[in-house]
Design a protein around this ligand. Structure first.
Ligand code: ACO
Ligand code: PYR
Length: 529
C-alpha cells in the first residue's frame, strides 16, 4: 500500500448543514459505526456548541469503542475579545470529550473585518489561543482555515499568517478550506503546494462543490502534498455539497495507490453509501461514480456486446472492487448479447444461438409492446426469464384482495386492504390500512407473507412511479407502475402494466417480493457451497 491519506468524514456535521438533512442521535451512531468499519480516520460528528442533540450524541459516544476512527467535535475559535476559558463554544467542545477537535477560524481578511467584525490582529490571537488551549488539554487539534483559497488570493500574507498563528498554538493539522466552492484545480494545486513547502505542519483539504470541481480540487491538493481529505461520504453538505468522499477514496486508492480506507473494506464502499443514504433518508444520486446504481449500467447494444466479451472495453474498473455490480439494461437499443447476459445468470449453458435466446427476445419485444419497460426493471425481467426457463416456483397463491377507499369529504382519504393468500396449503388473511390503496395493499400483503417469510420485514418501498402510457384513451389508458425496493443493502426495481393502476401496482409488488425471496435462497445456497 502507498502513502497514507487520512480520510476525514463530515457527513454528520457539514452534511447536516445540507438542505433537507437532519440526523437523530441514533442515526449518527449508525453512521459512525459504518465509517469506523471502513477504516475512516476521523469522523467529525457534530458541533456541540450548536445544539443539545449534538451534545447528547457525544455523551452517548463516551461508551462506544471505535476500532479505527477518531471521533472529532467541531467548533469555532473563541469569540473576539473574550477569554478562551470563558467562551461558551470552547466549553461545549470540552464537554464532548473527544480525542480530536476541529477548530474553524477566519483566514480571509475581509471576513475578519466585515463578518466577525474584529481586527486582523485579534483574529490571529483567537486562532492561536484556542488551539493552544485545546493542546494544553491533550487534544489532537485540526485547524480548518475557512475561505483559505479566497483569502490567499486576496491577501496571501494574511492568509498564511492565520496558518502560522495555528502553528504557534501547536496545531496538528492545517486544513485549507475551499469554503465557497468556486475555485479551479490549478489554483488549488499551486496554493496548496506553496503551503506544503512553506509550513512543516501536515496539510489537509476541505472542498465544496459549487463549481462542480470538488473532486478534482481535492485530488489536486493531494497531488500537491495534502495528506488529509475532508468531505462527506456521499457528497451532501451546505449548498451544492462537499466533496463526495466515496469518489475521492476510490480515485485515490484504486487509481493513485494511496491508502485511504482498509484495503479489505473497499468492497463495502457501495453498501456504506446506501446505508448513509438510507439513514439520511434521501434518494442517492444513482449516477454517482463508483457507487451509483448506474455507475456500471450498460444500455447500448454495442456496449453490452463489448463488456460481455471483455469488461474493460467499457468499464474503467471492475465494479466488484467497490462492491458495485454491472447492470445490463433491456431496451429497444439492445441486441441478443443483452438478453444473453441475463439468461446466462440463470442457465449458463444457453448461448447466443440457442432457441431460448430468440424466444426470450421475442417475449421482451412483446412485453415492451404491451407497455412494459425493462430498462429500469431488470428484476421483473429476471422473473420473466425464470418463468420461461422453468426456473420459477410461486411463493404463494393469491386467493383474493379487496380494497375499500373512504373519502370523508374534508380532504381526508383513507384506504384499507384485505388480502387472502395460501402458502403450501395454509391460508392467511390480513387487513391493513394505508395512506392510499397501494400503500394499504402493500402493507396487507407483507403482513400476510410475514408469517411465512419473516425476512420481508427488512424490505420497504423506496420509490413508486406511475406513468400513463396512452393518454389518448383518457381514464381507460394503460399505466406502467415502477416500484423500487430495498432491504437496506440491495436495491431492485420491478414493473407492472395494466389499465387498472391497482392491478399494475399489485403485479410490481408481487415481483418485488418474489425477487427478494429468490435472492435470499440464492444467497443461502452460495453460503452452503
Ligand atoms: C464554513 C462553515 O461551515 S463554519 C460552520 C457553520 N456551521 C453553522 O453555522 C452551524 C452551527 N451554527 C449554530 O448552531 C449557530 O450559528 C451558533 C449556535 C454556533 C451561533 O449562534 P448565534 O450565537 O445565535 O450566532 P449566529 O449564528 O446568528 O451568528 C454567527 C456568530 O458567530 C460569529 N462567528 C462566525 N465565524 C466565527 C469564527 N470563525 N470565530 C468566531 N466567531 C465566529 C459571527 O461573528 C456571529 O457572531 P455575532 O452574532 O456576534 O455577529
Ligand atoms: C470549515 C468548513 O466547513 C468550511 O470552511 O467550509
Amino acid at each position: 500500500m502507498g502513502e497514507k491519506i487520512a480520510v476525514f468524514d463530515s457527513t454528520l456535521r457539514d452534511g447536516a448543514q445540507a438542505e433537507g438533512i437532519s440526523f437523530s442521535v441514533e442515526d449518527k451512531i449508525k453512521i459512525v459505526r459504518a465509517l469506523d468499519n471502513l477504516g475512516v480516520s476521523y469522523v467529525e460528528a457534530g458541533n456541540p456548541g450548536s445544539n443539545p442533540k449534538d451534545l447528547e450524541f457525544f455523551t452517548r459516544m463516551k461508551r462506544e469503542k471505535l476500532k479505527h476512527t477518531k471521533l472529532t467535535a467541531f467548533g469555532s475559535t473563541r469569540r473576539a475579545n473574550t477569554l478562551v476559558e470563558e467562551d461558551g463554544n470552547v466549553q461545549s467542545l470540552l464537554q464532548a470529550v473527544t480525542p480530536v477537535v476541529a477548530i474553524f477560524g477566519k483566514s480571509w481578511d475581509f471576513h475578519v473585518t466585515d463578518i466577525i467584525k474584529t481586527t486582523l490582529k485579534e483574529n490571529l490571537l483567537m486562532i492561536k489561543d484556542t488551539i493552544a488551549f485545546f493542546k494544553s488539554k491533550g487534544k489532537e487539534v485540526i485547524f480548518d482555515a475557512e475561505h483559505f483559497f479566497d483569502g490567499y488570493k486576496s491577501n496571501p500574507e494574511y492568509a498564511l499568517a492565520t496558518l502560522n498563528a495555528a502553528k504557534d498554538g501547536g496545531v496538528d493539522w492545517l486544513v485549507l478550506c475551499e469554503t465557497n466552492g468556486g475555485a479551479f484545480p490549478d489554483e488549488i494545486y499551486s496554493i496548496t503546494k506553496e503551503v506544503v513547502e512553506k509550513l512543516s505542519t501536515k496539510v489537509g483539504i476541505h472542498c465544496h462543490n459549487d463549481g462542480g470541481m470538488a473532486v478534482a480540487n481535492t485530488i489536486m491538493a493531494v497531488e500537491a502534498g495534502a495528506t488529509q481529505v475532508q468531505g462527506t461520504y456521499i457528497g451532501f453538505g451546505e449548498r451544492c455539497g462537499n466533496v463526495n468522499l466515496s469518489t475521492v477514496i476510490a480515485n485515490l486508492q484504486l487509481k493513485r495507490g494511496k491508502q485511504c480506507i482498509l484495503k479489505e473494506e473497499m468492497v463495502n464502499l457501495t453498501s456504506t453509501a446506501r446505508l448513509v443514504a438510507e439513514v439520511a433518508n434521501i434518494a442517492m444520486n444513482e449516477r454517482e461514480p463508483y457507487i451509483g446504481n448506474s455507475a456500471f449500467a450498460h444500455k447500448g447494444g454495442m456496449h453490452i456486446d463489448g463488456v460481455s466479451k471483455t469488461p474493460r472495453s467499457f468499464e474503467h474498473i471492475d465494479p466488484r472492487k467497490v462492491g458495485n455490480k454491472r447492470r445490463v439494461l433491456m431496451s429497444e437499443v439492445s441486441g441478443k448479447s443483452t438478453v444473453l447476459t441475463k439468461i446466462q445468470k440463470i442457465n449458463p449453458s444457453i448461448n447466443k444461438n440457442s432457441p431460448e435466446t430468440q424466444k426470450l427476445i421475442d417475449r421482451l419485444k412483446e412485453l415492451e409492446h404491451e407497455g412494459y419497460q425493462f430498462e429500469g426493471a431488470e428484476s421483473t425481467f429476471e422473473l420473466v426469464i425464470r418463468k420461461h426457463l422453468g426456473k420459477y416456483k410461486p411463493f404463494f397463491e393469491l386467493k383474493y384482495y379487496k380494497i375499500i377507499e373512504e373519502n370523508h369529504g374534508i380532504g381526508e382519504n383513507t384506504a384499507s386492504a384485505m388480502v387472502k393468500i395460501n402458502v403450501d396449503g395454509t391460508d392467511e388473511m390480513t387487513v391493513a390500512e394505508g395512506a392510499g390503496p397501494v400503500n394499504a395493499l402493500d402493507k396487507a400483503l407483507r403482513k400476510a407473507l410475514g408469517t411465512f417469510y419473516p425476512q420481508l420485514q427488512e424490505v420497504h418501498l423506496r420509490d413508486y412511479k406511475v406513468r400513463v402510457l396512452d393518454t389518448a384513451t383518457a381514464t381507460a389508458a394503460k399505466v406502467r407502475v415502477l416500484i423500487e425496493s430495498t432491504d437496506g443493502q440491495n436495491l431492485w426495481t420491478t414493473v407492472g402494466v395494466s389499465t387498472d393502476i391497482i392491478e399494475a401496482s399489485w403485479v410490481a409488488l408481487v415481483d418485488s417480493i418474489e425477487y427478494k425471496l429468490i435472492k435470499d435462497i440464492e444467497e443461502k445456497v452460495r453460503a452452503y457451497i
